[in-house]
Write a protein that binds this ligand. Structure first.
Ligand SMILES: O=P(O)(O)O[C@H]1O[C@H](CO)[C@@H](O)[C@H]1O
Ligand code: HPA
Length: 298
């Protein structure tokens, strides 16, 4: 386990090298790291330079850098949202995350969230690529997570395993409203303003260990569980963020429809995942940018 002191060393390393003091953190999913490239006045830290930080091994899809800088956008300066001004807010952006299939234990995959917390981050925006299991979802759609199923926790492998340090949070944190109701509402409003209503959904996510994609039988079982989207990340980040009282909002980019029949030659493959991420990344980045700005107002 990473102790409080080790996490603080990471946080202090970054704080000593940037003038920014972000209250919003962003984790970018596979093929969705472009948002970090939109920041200005950036301080960029390759993960291998940050003491005790994990390093990205799926570097084709995750650049493996912490990018701290300013995100700019229109801010509504009156309560009726009629008057606006350009605002710049400090954010820290993980351009790449860690997955269990890379060989990291779940607590280590989520350790950067604690680093963010000790740097002053209060709200976390998460993006990731996922397969759409809900038959109404199409490749290119976006799902706001309403809830998750912590399958690894069911199996006795939770990200909060080990001795609890109360400085981060309680031994037994609640996971009600893990995906903040107000932030979800705000996300839906912003998506409507962007005229994305026809591709936005709200649903339940499950993280599997990967890296193999799911079998038809597994997907049939997950469908019975009430799962709408399937991926290999995010849940550990959310649990660790909620443990330390950060507010969370998370978005799946549905990169493929899950295949739930045997009588087909279709196969999920990572090239399609990245292709769809590339096609839809501009909308996803704009959505996250607008939500970050709106979050900063509230
Ligand atoms: O969840 P992110 O990091 O976006 O990555 C998703 O994309 C990869 C597979 O295509 C898996 O790692 C899956 O979890
Ligand atoms: O179909 C999928 N399954 C698991 N993870 C994924 N990430 C993108 N698509 C998928």
């Amino acid at each position: 386990m990473c102790t409080y002191d080790v996490i603080k060393q990471c946080a202090d390393y970054l704080l000593d090298r940037t003038k920014h003091r972000p209250k919003i953190g962003i984790i970018c999913g596979s093929g969705l790291g472009g948002l970090a490239d939109q920041l200005t006045e950036t301080d960029i830290f390759p993960y291998q330079d940050i003491p005790n930080f994990p390093v990205s091994t799926v570097t084709k899809f995750h650049a493996g850098r912490m990018v701290i800088g300013k995100l700019s956008g229109l801010e509504h300066t009156s309560t009726n949202r009629m008057s606006t001004s350009v605002s710049e807010i400090p954010v820290m952006c993980m351009q790449g995350r860690f997955h269990a299939y890379e060989g990291y234990p779940l607590w280590k995959c989520a350790m950067p969230v604690r680093v963010m917390k000790l740097m002053g981050v209060e709200k976390l925006l998460i993006t990731y690529a996922a397969g759409g299991l809900n038959s109404k979802y199409n490749a290119g759609d976006i799902m706001i997570i309403k809830d998750h199923i912590n399958l690894q926790g069911f199996a006795g492998n939770p990200p909060l395993q080990g001795i609890n340090d109360e400085r981060f949070g309680p031994r037994f944190p609640a996971m009600d409203n893990a995906y903040d109701r107000n932030l979800r509402l705000m996300a839906k409003t912003v998506a409507s303003e962007m005229k994305l209503d026809n591709i936005i959904h709200e649903g339940t996510y499950i993280m599997l260990g990967g890296p193999s994609f799911e079998t038809v039988a597994e997907l049939k079982m997950l469908h019975i569980f009430g799962v709408d989207a399937v991926g290999m990340s995010t849940v550990q980040e959310v649990i660790v963020a909620r443990h330390c009282n950060m507010k969370v909002c998370a978005f799946s980019l549905i990169t493929n429809k899950c295949i739930t029949e045997y009588e087909t030659d279709d196969m999920v493959n990572v090239a399609d995942v990245i292709g769809i991420a590339n096609n839809r990344k501009a909308d996803m980045q704009e959505l996250v940018r607008r939500i970050a700005i709106a979050m900063n107002e509230n």
